[in-house]
Design a binder for this molecule. Sequence first.
Ligand code: PMP
Length: 450
Amino acid sequence: MTGLNDQWSQRDLRVLWHPCTQMKDHEALPMIPIKKGQGVWLEDFEGNRYIDAISSWWVNLFGHCNPHINAALQQQMETLEHVILAGFSHQAAIELAEQLVAITPDGLDRCFYADNGSSAVEVALKMSFHAWRNLGKPEKTRFIALQNSYHGETLGALAVGDVALYKETYAPLLMDVITVPGPDCYNREPGETWAEYSRRRFQHMDETLQKHAHEVSAVIVEPLVQCAGNMRMYDPIYLSMLREACNRYDVHLIADEVAVGFGRTGTLFACEQAHISPDFICLSKGLTGGYLPLSTVLTTSAIYDAFYDRYESLKGFLHSHSYTGNALGCRAALATLEIFSQQAVIENNRKLSECMAEATRHFSDHPNVADVRQTGMILAIEMVKDKHSKEAFPWQERRGLRVYQHALTQGVLLRPLGNVVYFMPPYVINQEQIQKMVDVAWQGIELATA
Ligand code: PMP
């Protein structure tokens, strides 16, 4: 007799092709079919429970099956599920746009909807290029991106990313992007602060802008944390310097806050910590509290105005996705923002961040840990072969996978990026659950590095 988990797995593996997965791995690695979720917990078909320490790919903010979001969705479902957003509109799309304009950094006055993080990045890239073209600068066709960045998997988004594992295979298909050494602080000198290092690294950006600004449309960055690039972190000073330089060189700044938006870094948006407003901000993931695929790009009136003309001028932004501004997605987002306005989420997260810091204090003493870094509700631990030289374990050894496997046996969903174990939990996690998540990670690291 096979168990229920096995039965579902077998059916799954006959017909599904999973994201970001070498399917052959599942010959040895069990698939975990999930029956239900509640708060930070996921439960499989045999009643095993797992703490979702990575918020299901960084989307979930206030727990699975959140009663407030559920109720809002039920009501929306009875009223309007979806309507074409060209020529038509609806209450949830309008109210959400109003609120996003109000809460995002100053000057972001227009909200264009799409339906996932990658498509938001595509929108921002196209809008930036097209705005310059409409303004009589069609030669601004290139983009500057940071080393180790990640912006999604569609071809434009992949092109401005720099994670070899995802990008290299498709290189022949991708536009040519200018990639600049980044500000991530992992390789700073002993005794050097994050601010000193990030400031020093800005020199590369400044030189690149000086050389290429005439042909560059925008610089795209992930503010403060390069999430898919192994949770590498940097100081807000880099963003302040970048904003100033983009103004000086007449280049747009695109802030991809798909992963870091909605409180992950300790402020509602990461750009706030540098006191800057980008020309475009891309939002998705936490936007709907982790419920539904929705994304948005907010931009300035100046950009909007560059497109506003008679139809025959062909300056309009004729970009669309079928599910643009989906009513259920917008309603889930409104319910999520209600939770932010009704509860002291950011303040409470500060306590949770401190609790994560406290619980992982001893990790930096581990002989195979080179770095424990944290920005708000994101905490990452870099496992290495040699602590002093920071020599990495060969990627083929898949040490992180061992941590993943161990954690599952202990009821925690961790999903290390290579050799980097990290936590990015839903904000409804409590102290006891943090302790469990951290203890299990420690055991996993012990096993994986033994
Ligand atoms: N930008 C960033 C910074 C991301 O982390 C991601 C997804 N991990 C994306 C864009 C792409 O979003 P999606 O997976 O929804 O296409």
